[in-house]
Design a protein around this ligand. Sequence first.
Ligand SMILES: C[S@@+](CC[C@H](N)C(=O)[O-])C[C@H]1O[C@@H](n2cnc3c(N)ncnc32)[C@H](O)[C@@H]1O
Length: 321
Amino acid sequence: MIKSPLKWAGGKARVMPQLLEHLPKADCLIEPFVGSGTVFMNTEYRHYVLCDNNLNLINFFRQLTGRPEDTISACRWIFSGGNNAEEFYKRRAEFNSLTQKADLDPDAALLHAAYFLYLNRHTYNGLYRENLKGEFNSPFGKYAEPYFPENEMRLFAEKANDTKALFYHGDFRDSIPGTMRLAHDAVIYCDPPYIPASKTASFTTYGKPFTLDDHRALVAALLNVNHQYGHRAVISNSDTPETREIYSAFNLHSLSVRRSVSAKSRDMAGEVIGVLRVCDDCDSAGGGRCPDCGPVMGNATYGEMFLGFDPAKGCETQEPF
Ligand SMILES: C[S@@+](CC[C@H](N)C(=O)[O-])C[C@H]1O[C@@H](n2cnc3c(N)ncnc32)[C@H](O)[C@@H]1O
């Protein structure tokens, strides 16, 4: 397992072997919720499009990839003498004051990336939490000797440059339709914040809640790009009744993993990997784009099948909806 330079809630290191069994071959992997980049680091696609709505995270990846040695040096400098509460809160304030400036010049963006790694490695479990003003407010983690991930940073930068990885900042509602035309033969892997496994767990691990409506919007976006571009989709989520209802267009494979975000959720939580069901013949999901979609997708698709399909043209030439 190749580790990311970042500790990240929901990191996929523990389930990589199972995930690899379900990720189809393709030229490009698109990740709308890239987080630590563990999936990127442990797969072998030729190209990657890596997105997240956390701009500070994307800035770190861009700096590291664009200027690896400068970023590593800046990170080492910010790490030094920083493992005590007083320095942590001083550096956290400096990070937040840089975050507030709309357009950072290249040096400030590099410094911001270095603070980002410092905070990630010195706060508890790498927890990324913001207050209502958008300020990072995770507390000092009290680690005896926080690890400086120099080797991991180098490997990340090398892989990103070798695969010409593209980094985008944005909500999945924009990144999914916005980046799909960058690749002809792509798989989209979505690892959104999970649906809480119990009523007492919260939706808010990453700041803004990721609600059931967000999950529904994600499924709609994935179906839409499947119909438009033929891209296949794989998702991860908790195994809950809501997941099974919302992600019903996916074949859901159960696994059991130990989560590590907070003490409350340390019990064994069920988790699923979902693979978008597509017709063997036309690779389309749930839409009935060719006569073979009927048996695969069920009777519900027959209406659209006969409305939309032109046997003279075949599936490939169907217009997206
Ligand atoms: C479970 S983590 C992904 C973990 C990742 N697979 C890994 O191995 O580290 C979910 C990610 O989704 C991002 N996120 C949350 N809401 C989002 C949204 N609406 N659009 C895009 N990204 C979002 C968070 O910033 C976080 O990095």
